[in-house]
Design a protein around this ligand. Structure first.
Ligand code: AMP
Length: 396
């Protein structure tokens, strides 16, 4: 079975093609285009590359195209992307303005180009379907909550990958199996005592922290929108809601201008005034740029704040996992985040930490109370696996 996973941005198309045969998973092809101006052409070129590489001979070789869809009104989990679901995504465009519109238009273009191939989405909110209700709430009137103003949680594919892989690496096959089967049985696969408590730090262009107990999420730092929680590359992160009416009234900014600045001029870019890429910010900080240094400190501060939240919610942690562009590659950021947490059981081995880049590794010393790990994430594989399961066990 061949499943193409397409990652859609407003001006980018990236893909990975997976093949599943007799229990063996293989990635057959990966590629992508940046600065796309003609999306139908990009889809055509993607299919052309798959054929030229011999990964498929015709479109109907694809059992499905899978998408890491973000959120939709009244829809969650892994679902067929038919018209009502795409409309339900559109209904929440205002919550995820950087993410939903490109997915909606890209999915429609795929539907036109490969009408015979099922299109299936795994929503980024899917991993949070079982968080405690208190962790879904904001202090708003119930009508707002019913309308969708609640903590959804995102980066579900990435944190689910970490839930499974961390349990495997920690020798907890029971918990790994519960995580694997989560979307089939809602986390009821039996596990033994003691509970496995993992804090997963997805730190990249977009960042979030998830607390995971026995393979099931208890919450995520991303709330209503993928603009919340930690500061992101150029998106705001957590902000007191009263900032918006204050700016509207006192600075003469329009709602559209405020929205644009929250989504494009905020986060690390806004604080540093230098760049939305942490590598450039680090270079500027090293040259003495004070706001660049502040942006790095702010990112570390906010990450520790959320780690603290899940240390409390989980009553400690067995593992702290770093993943995504910053988490996998930046030893100095990991060291700053883990500094002076020894009373909570978090200690790094400086040499192991410095030597670890984009590979699976334990970076705490042997015998540490909390096992600190780096695990490269694989969101596309999670999507492909769930799409496969969906095709094999379609909902009644
Ligand atoms: P992601 O969204 O996961 O691709 O992560 C993007 C962020 O990770 C950017 O801020 C990059 O600066 C950072 N990043 C990605 N690759 C590296 C690397 N090799 N070394 C240091 N930082 C990196």
């Amino acid at each position: 079975m061949k499943i193409l996973v397409a990652n859609l941005g407003s001006t980018s198309l990236k893909w990975r093609l997976f093949e599943f045969t007799n229990g063996v998973e293989r990635m057959l092809h990966k590629g992508g285009f940046e600065r796309v101006s003609d999306y139908p052409r990009a889809i055509e070129d993607c299919l052309g590359q798959l054929k030229a590489a011999g990964a498929i001979t015709q479109e109907s070789d694809l059992a499905a195209v899978g998408f890491k869809t973000v959120l939709a009104r009244g829809v969650n989990g892994c679902v067929r992307l038919d018209d009502p679901v795409v409309q339900a995504m559109e209904a929440f465009n205002a919550i995820a303005p950087a993410h939903n519109p490109p997915y909606v238009s890209g999915i429609r273009l795929f539907a036109q180009r490969v009408p015979e191939v099922p299109l299936v989405g795994l929503f980024e909110t899917a991993f949070y379907q079982w968080i405690p209700e208190a962790a879904t709430r904001y202090g708003v009137p119930d009508a707002w909550h019913q309308a969708g103003v609640r903590r959804w949680g995102y980066h579900g594919a990435s944190h689910k990958f970490i839930a499974e892989r961390s349990a495997e690496l920690l020798g907890r096959e029971d918990v790994a199996e519960r995580a694997r089967r989560l979307y089939q049985d809602g986390g009821t696969t039996p596990v033994r005592e003691p509970a496995l408590r993992v804090i997963s730090c997805h730190l990249g262009g977009s960042s979030s922290i998830t607390g995971i107990r026995n393979g099931v999420a208890v919450g995520n730092s991303l709330g209503l929108s993928p603009q919340s929680g930690l500061p992101h590359n150029n998106r705001v992160g957590d902000l007191d809601a009263m900032a918006v009416p204050f700016l509207l009234r006192s600075q003469g900014l329009s709602l559209e201008e405020i929205e644009k600045q929250l989504c494009r001029e905020g986060g690390l870019k806004g604080v540093s005034g230098v760049s939305n890429d942490i590598r450039d910010i680090q270079t500027a900080a090293d040259q003495g740029h004070p706001r660049a240094r502040l942006a790095l400190d702010f990112f570390v501060h906010e990450t520790r704040r959320w780690i603290g939240a899940y240390l409390a919610q989980l009553n400690g942690a067995d593992a702290l996992v770093f993943t995504a562009g910053i988490g996998e590659n930046r030893a100095e950021t990991r060291a700053a985040i883990c500094a002076e947490l020894d009373q909570l059981g978090v200690v790094l081995d400086p040499e192991r930490n410095a030597a670890t880049r984009a590979q699976e590794a334990v970076i705490s010393p042997p015998g540490a109370k909390v096992t600190v790990m780096v695990i490269p994430t694989n969101e596309e594989l999670v999507v492909a696996r769930e799409v496969k399961r969906f095709l094999e066990h379609p909902p009644a």
